[in-house]
Design a protein around this ligand. Sequence first.
Ligand code: 4FV
Length: 253
Amino acid sequence: MGEPKMVVDILTLFPEMFTGPFDASIIKRAREKGLVEINLINIRDFSRNKHRTVDDTPYGGGAGMVMAAEPLFEAMDWIRARRGEPGRVILLCPAGRPFNQEVAAELAREKHLVLICGHYEGIDERVAEHLVTDEISIGDYVLTGGELPAMVVVDAVCRLIPGVLGERASAQEESFADGLLEYPHYTRPREYRGYRVPEVLLSGHHEKIRLWRRRQSLLRTLASRPDLLARASLTGEDRKILASVLEEIKSLI
Ligand code: 4FV
């Protein structure tokens, strides 16, 4: 098996949390095909005190505990000694850059990622200052740890690695690929409990189908994510479709 396209080192206190998400379906196959190598590294293995603690009380007082810098710096030394300088060292935290498809595509171009999963109130700031290249947040809410965010990032990034998604599935034609929400999908049967598949999809008329799908993407994005529409790179055809929608709406009021 040749060189993996990507190596992902995950620094965590709970490696057992990752059994499951990475041992099934697409990510499991990608690991078996040697397209991606995912290593779970237990931060506690780099604790140098007899009680193998990895957290301590916050300087300046306050509630809760803080994850100590030392085990993380030692773990990074261990990784560098084996795999050289990583492309990115990512800290998952609420203060990070919002994670989205664009960021996933950016990370998917790297050969080696390190993800640091925090716990407790947070991590000693010297880690963010001197070890971390990117802080990423998966959303404006507070989780118990960085493990779930790490799984989300690894899943979104790995599926963009060439060869991970089978032939039939394409990362090109999907939500956010061109900044719009995806068009609706249908499969057999043509009618279920009286609910019919849109005629155009049964027509075999590829151009009509393409236009219908583009219109659906634009309408859905307009309806539920107008913020995306404002940022999307729209074609002349898109503008014509949206103008016709506007005419229809005007005719209704
Ligand atoms: C989080 C998020 C997140 C905060 C304290 C772990 C927790 C604890 N990470 N996106 N939202 N992290 O809530 O990335 O250290």
